[in-house]
Design a protein around this ligand. Structure first.
Ligand code: ACO
Ligand code: ZN
Length: 167
């Protein structure tokens, strides 16, 4: 079956996640992040929000992913009011493939899909100690809009970061 490529970065391809990709996505998550989810959770997000669940692949090997939700609720960026928001639930790239722009491509490709779904902003939570990811988000226009103490199981706090994605 022809897979829908949404972006290319050298030999890397960014495309939509398929159900068959989920085991590899879980593998990348296990290797790269302390936050794990049930298998059910991945399939659930994929079936509800297939447009913004993307994977990065090099020669048919999955090396990164981004999974997101589209939500409606209080704006992270406007003082008052509601907004349609893309929520980056999790993004990761295998260590040996980092620093090549894959994370950037995954986030920008997800933003395009979020905009198509009428989202005006994108937000996420990130560990306060995750300087690498925070720097990347800042470079992509995300601003810190909040902080949640003891957000993670091990007691670490999260920064909430958000960016406007409307055209
Ligand atoms: N390793 C990592 N980063 C490097 C390296 C390297 N060897 N070399 C350079 N960098 C720099 C890059 O220069 C780049 O900054 P620049 O664009 O200003 O030059 C930045 O780090 C990384 O940018 P990308 O290459 O676009 O992103 P990458 O493919 O490395 O992925 C990510 C970034 C996803 C944060 C990755 O580091 C990762 O998987 N980390 C572990 C998992 C994680 O922390 N995920 C985010 C959690 S928060 C959430 O999911 C909402
Ligand atoms: Zn979140």
């Amino acid at each position: 079956m022809q897979k829908a490529v949404v972006a290319k970065l050298g030999d890397y391809e960014i495309r939509r996640c398929d159900r068959e990709d989920v085991p590899s996505v879980i593998e990348v998550n296990m290797k790269t992040l302390p936050e794990h989810y049930s298998e059910y959770f991945y399939y659930e997000i994929l079936s509800e929000f297939p447009e913004t669940f993307l994977v990065a692949e090099l020669h048919d090997v999955l090396v990164g992913y981004i999974m997101c939700r589209i939500e409606y609720g209080f704006s992270q960026l406007k003082r008052l009011g509601l907004a349609r928001k893309g929520h980056v639930v999790s993004v990761a790239v295998e260590e040996e493939h980092r620093g090549k722009g894959i994370g950037t491509s995954l986030i920008l490709a997800s933003h395009e899909e979020m905009v198509k779904k009428s989202a005006a902003e994108c937000y996420l939570e990130v560990r306060v100690s995750n300087t690498q990811a925070i720097a990347l988000y800042q470079k992509l226009g995300f601003k810190v809009t909040g902080r949640v103490e003891a957000y993670y199981r091990d007691g670490e706090g999260a920064l909430v970061m958000a960016a406007r994605i409307e055209k």
